[in-house]
Design a protein around this ligand. Structure first.
Ligand code: NAD
Length: 499
């Protein structure tokens, strides 16, 4: 079968995945397993092992042993960079296969999966540079008898717990940053979308990453995820997922006071001023809502529009949403993909009902759409929403947009910031002063002006308030996975303390 045919249709057979410890595959024979049904097609596509705490212990021991052998932690940044660049090349060579499995398991459109896999390679390339340039500080100003240096060293063994919505790109926004300084890793992907994290194991091994540095255990959150957070031989936990689970991870991580980095939920405002290019803003709002079918931490799910243009803008957004192409996830023209699970679909539609009960109008969408055997939710606009309604405060995590209006810049900021979350915000205006004032005032780790959900490896990601702790990406993303050591070095003969 040629390349194009192999990745053009849902496979006839279920792909079985083992798990990966110390450079070797462990098979699923005699183990409890979990079948994954593709959200876009309603057909079983993959099966993974439900690992146990004993499997995790083995993975952590392998990661610790590799760290202590210094096969990765002890080599130079240039050598680490060479491996990371080979990984990037290998990812680019396998874009079609990785994107295909990403789409099958998550239900995201294939064009989006391809873009995310290519972007993932970019993170490995960026981190090759970071591996070589990571440095500390020197203090040559302590006087003639003292010299100071601040060094950075890898934290050790990192436990990485990832969500289902962006399996490979979330992995790539963390893994090469973790590897750049020499750490070892134990990853637990979401039980629903483990394929590409497992496929990454072969890529890393073929690219020369020493055995034991990258380990993958699959399974459920309450079993394997919780055990990672609690594990006494893991030095740091990096968690990306919901705020509620993040709280449990933070509490569990106190077992050995491990470092914790948390990337959590959001309820992100799209603030549209009357002087914006309303056509551009409506397009950006439609994209920010429909990207990943709204199952996106930085989804622009609160539309906060200046009252004088609200009716006109609402019509523009509805027109855009009516043209979004929904359906067959392997069709390159599809823009809006499937909803990850039946339970999650019920939750999204439950919020639409709640919105009605709270007094909102369902202007468009609000219903489930079944095509190609998959489950989809039509892009939905709720108007007449107040910021104290539950639909405006809670993360719906689907293509459901809540429209609110404001009259002044101060009121826009008050609405934007009146949220337990602080992950992202978008500001649409052609007035540079207004854009800068709102950018400064808004409480959000990622802020966009006249665009939304833009980014790349260089700039850090993270949230204010209940959206998280710490930053991923950029130079800070590498430093996050290091410990800092402050060193004072005496020069010359000591002045005696005991006379
Ligand atoms: P989730 O919290 O349900 O699960 C995330 C991961 O945690 C999964 O691997 C899961 O198995 C595991 N888990 C579940 N219970 C656990 C426990 N008790 N201890 C340890 N691990 C446990 O989140 P999800 O539904 O997979 O993902 C959606 C959420 O992720 C949304 O809230 C979204 O905003 C957030 N998210 C945030 C970012 C970001 O960068 N801030 C990025 C992507 C997703």
């Amino acid at each position: 079968m040629d390349h194009a045919t192999a990745f053009a249709a849902v496979p006839e057979t279920v792909r079985e995945f083992g798990f990966f410890i110390d450079g070797t595959w462990r098979d699923t024979a005699g183990r409890d397993t979990l079948l994954r049904s593709s959200p876009g097609y309603g057909r079983d596509v993959s099966r993974v092992t439900l690992c146990t705490r004993a499997d995790l212990d083995e993975a952590v021991a392998a990661a610790r042993a590799a760290f202590k052998r210094r096969v990765w932690s002890g080599i130079g940044g240039a050598e680490r960079a060479a491996v990371l660049l080979r990984v990037a090349r290998a990812i680019r060579a396998r874009v079609e296969e990785l994107a295909f499995w990403e789409t099958l398991e998550t239900g995201k459109p294939i064009s989006q999966s391809r873009a995310e896999i290519n972007d993932a390679a970019g993170h490995f390339e960026y981190c090759a540079g970071q591996a070589q340039s990571l440095s500390g500080e020197t203090f040559n100003n302590h006087g003639d008898d003292m010299f100071g240096v601040v060094t950075r060293e890898p934290v050790g063994v990192v436990g990485l717990i990832n969500p289902w919505n962006f399996p490979f790109i979330v992995l790539a926004e963390r893994l090469p940053y973790i590897l750049a300084s020499g750490n070892s890793v134990v990853v637990k992907p979401s039980e629903m979308t483990s394929a590409t994290t497992l496929m990454c194991a072969d890529i890393l091994k073929e690219s020369g990453l020493p055995d034991g540095v990258y380990n993958v255990v699959t399974g459920t959150g309450p079993e394997v995820g919780q055990a990672i957070a609690e594990h006494r031989d893991i030095d740091m936990v990096s968690f990306t997922g919901s705020t509620r689970t993040g709280e449990a991870v933070l509490k569990a991580s106190a077992a050995n006071f491990k470092k914790a980095s948390l990337e959590l939920g959001g309820k992100n405002p799209q603030i549209v001023f009357a002087d914006a290019d309303l056509e551009d803003a409506a397009d950006g709002v439609a994209f920010g809502l429909c990207f990943n079918a709204g199952q996106c931490c930085v989804s622009g799910s609160r539309l906060v529009v200046e009252e004088s243009v609200a009716e006109r803008f609402k019509a523009l957004v509805v027109e855009k949403l009516s043209k979004v192409k929904l359906g067959d996830c392997l069709d390159p023209e599809t823009q809006l993909g499937a909803i990850v699970s039946e339970q999650h679909c019920d939750k999204i539609l439950g919020y639409v009902d709640l919105g009605r009960q709270e007094g909102a109008d369902v202007v468009c969408g609000g219903e489930r759409v079944s095509v190609s055997g998959g489950r989809f939710v039509a892009p939905t606009l709720l108007a007449g929403v107040r910021n104290d309604m539950r639909v405006a405060r809670e993360e719906i995590f689907g293509p459901v947009l809540c429209l609110m209006t404001f009259r002044t810049v101060e009121e826009a900021l008050e609405i934007a910031n009146d949220s337990p979350y602080g992950l992202a915000a978008s500001i649409w205006t052609k007035d540079i002063d207004k854009a800068l004032r709102v950018m400064r005032g808004v409480q959000a780790g990622r802020t966009w002006v006249n665009t939304t959900i833009a980014g790349g490896p260089g700039q850090p990601l993270g949230g204010f308030k209940q959206s998280g702790i710490g930053r991923e990406g950029g130079r800070m993303g590498v430093e996050e996975y290091t410990e800092v050591k402050s060193v004072h070095i005496a020069i010359g003969k000591r002045t005696p303390w005991v006379k």
